[in-house]
Design a protein around this ligand. Structure first.
Ligand code: SF4
Ligand code: SF4
Length: 192
């Protein structure tokens, strides 16, 4: 988070709490439909919580924190990117201090200058999750995890680039990686 705020940014300052930003993040993830992809990913061996000491058997996360709420895996990064949400998401979480790997030192009270309003895009993740569930049946066991990693890598390359031609090339690769996700591509067409 930048320590320097312009006068306009000070005008936009919004006092908040750690609990409130976590709830805003979870509401946003629900609006995107992230849980629908997780339900396919976890049985497919792709869970991002594997081996975490805070993961309780049958109860899930026992230490919900700002870091894990803000973090996006390759599948979610892809959906956020395609839906035009990723900058908004990243900009918001850049304002939240104290994020670490699987825990946070986020203060109880702090100030942000933007806010997250949950989108209504569950249909997009629903279509992606349906494709993922079906495609994984005919693919090697490692396919799901590998695809997740490739999507993650390509989106990071795009986000780090200022070269429009390079971005176009990466987007074409993303399309090839997901070409068999037919329900998803039909659902995405509804966004345009
Ligand atoms: S890696 Fe992504 S899709 Fe899989 S369980 Fe974690 S958040 Fe859900
Ligand atoms: S702390 Fe993070 S990685 Fe661990 S169980 Fe909770 S959400 Fe999963």
């Amino acid at each position: 988070m930048s320590g320097f705020w312009t006068w306009e940014q000070k005008e936009l300052a919004r006092p908040t709490t750690k609990q409130e930003v976590i709830e805003a993040g979870l509401a946003y993830l629900e609006g995107v439909g992230a849980d629908l992809i997780c339900k396919v990913c976890i049985p497919g061996g792709g869970s991002c919580c594997v081996s975490c000491p805070f993961l309780g058997d049958g109860v899930g996360c026992g230490r919900r924190n700002t870091s894990c709420t803000a973090w996006l895996c390759g599948f979610l990064k892809f959906i956020y990117y395609e839906a035009g949400l990723i900058r908004e998401w990243e900009d918001f979480w850049d304002e939240v201090p104290g994020q670490h790997f699987r825990y946070d030192t986020t203060p109880r009270h702090f100030v942000v200058r933007s806010w997250l309003e949950p989108p209504q895009l569950r249909f997009l993740c629903e279509a992606f999750a349906d494709d993922l569930r079906q495609l994984r049946r005919d693919r090697p066991a490692s396919w799901l995890v590998e695809l997740k990693g490739k999507l993650d890598w390509h989106i990071d390359e795009i986000l780090d680039s200022t070269n429009p031609k390079f971005v176009k090339r990466m987007e074409a690769k993303l399309y090839r990686l997901t070409i068999d996700f037919q329900r998803y591509h039909r659902a995405k067409a509804q966004l345009n």
